[in-house]
Design a protein around this ligand. Sequence first.
Ligand code: NDP
Ligand code: DGY
Length: 328
Amino acid sequence: MQTAAKLMKVFVTRRIPQEGMKILSAAAECEVSLWDSDEPVSRAELLKGVQGAHGLLCLLSDKIDAEVLDAAGPNLKVISTLSVGFDHMAIDEIKKRGIRVGYTPDVLTDATAELTVALLLATARRLPEGVEEVKNGGWSSWKPLWLCGYGLSGSTVGIIGLGRIGMAIAQRLMPFGVKRLLYSGRTAKAHATEVNGEFVPLDTLVSESDFIVVSCSLTPETQGLCDKAFFSKMKNTAVFINSSRGAVVNQEDLYEALSSGQIAAAGLDVTTPEPLPTNHPLLTLKNCVVLPHIGSATYSTRGIMSALAARNLLGGLQGTEMPSELNF
Ligand code: NDP
Ligand code: DGY
């Protein structure tokens, strides 16, 4: 009599695009259990679902800390996140336990850069305000001084974090006639030459830029980086854009800078918390455009992310190569 091979337990913390689910369902060695909802798994259900799991496929909204790892127990070999950002995971704890991590770099770079450029243009040229005025009857005539904003032509753009996404943003912005492209980060980047990027100290970037785009990862060093002192150095005519993580920004200080006229406008794809409460002060400001974290939200990108996350998970379970393994 043949004995069935022992199945490996996998917990998936949300409904994900079918591209990834198909791969997992076809993997004979996996017994997949899914939090079958578009809404986040509760903490209690996460702690329950992960028990005894060999693999965990999670999202950026799941906090993966020591408590979750303890709940999973010693079987856990791999955590695959459906994101390039991994600030929601306690990397030191994960490393200590010898668990491998998969993530989704590169495949979402174009979509996120495209959305960031769209957000920059919408914010600088006041598109949401204009759309609202058309609907509410505020559009009385063509007026020379009405709804003017700021253009990219001849401007200085500063990118904080010229990584994969920062670089893709720079490449998309340069054809608009940007005059100078400044960037800051921990190290100068060889690829910056493609966009004539100048590596400058953060203070220089902040005070000289007409547009500031934040595209760095969230780390202890970047947490709260954009605070009162930061905004006070910006030009009064400058536009601030963040598509990295909400916690890079001190939102009270941003509110103050926007409402006092210290800076011209802000566009945020990411906030703290997410979702931003509908009564949040930032949402009362006309010069603040807030999007619900949709940087990578194209059908095809999310499908590709899902397939990559599934393949990462299987590689980790099988002890073979993972297509995108986080090296920590
Ligand atoms: P990369 O790792 O390629 O780029 C991250 C960049 O952050 C690097 O250039 C790095 O510069 C920079 N950085 C790190 N520490 C600092 C610091 N102290 N000061 C300034 N810059 C710093 O990642 P990606 O470009 O692929 O993704 C970046 C981030 O974008 C993700 O971590 C995620 O948070 C966010 N994201 C948001 C999305 C959305 O939907 N809005 C979609 C996808 C990603 P250096 O190498 O010099 O350290
Ligand atoms: C990420 O991947 O980190 C984004 O925030 C969502 O795609």
